[in-house]
Design a protein around this ligand. Structure first.
Ligand SMILES: [Zn+2]
Length: 85
């Protein structure tokens, strides 16, 4: 998912905090992917709320899809473990 910088129109990327990422695990990773700050090479850190409403909706929708996919994978994994017994 690539989004434009609301200030300069350039490309932004996610800012990942390694420490909290490892502490929080998969769900934390997804939350960061959903609402974590972005980083613009020219402007620095961009807050989620600085993006226009349309872009925010797309981000949240994309994240919900990711979250549902992750939960489905976990559920599938549990199901396989239960069936294997
Ligand atoms: Zn920028």
């Amino acid at each position: 998912m690539a989004y434009g910088c609301p200030r300069c129109g350039g490309k932004v990327s996610r800012t990942y905090d390694r420490g909290s990422q490892e502490a929080a695990g998969l769900i934390g990773l997804l939350l960061v992917a959903a609402f974590g700050p972005f980083d613009c090479k020219r402007c620095g850190s961009i807050e989620f709320r600085e993006f226009p409403a349309g872009a925010r909706v797309r981000m949240v929708l994309g994240s919900v899809v990711l979250l549902v996919a992750a939960l489905a994978l976990v559920a599938l994994g549990i199901l396989l473990v239960i069936k294997a017994r």
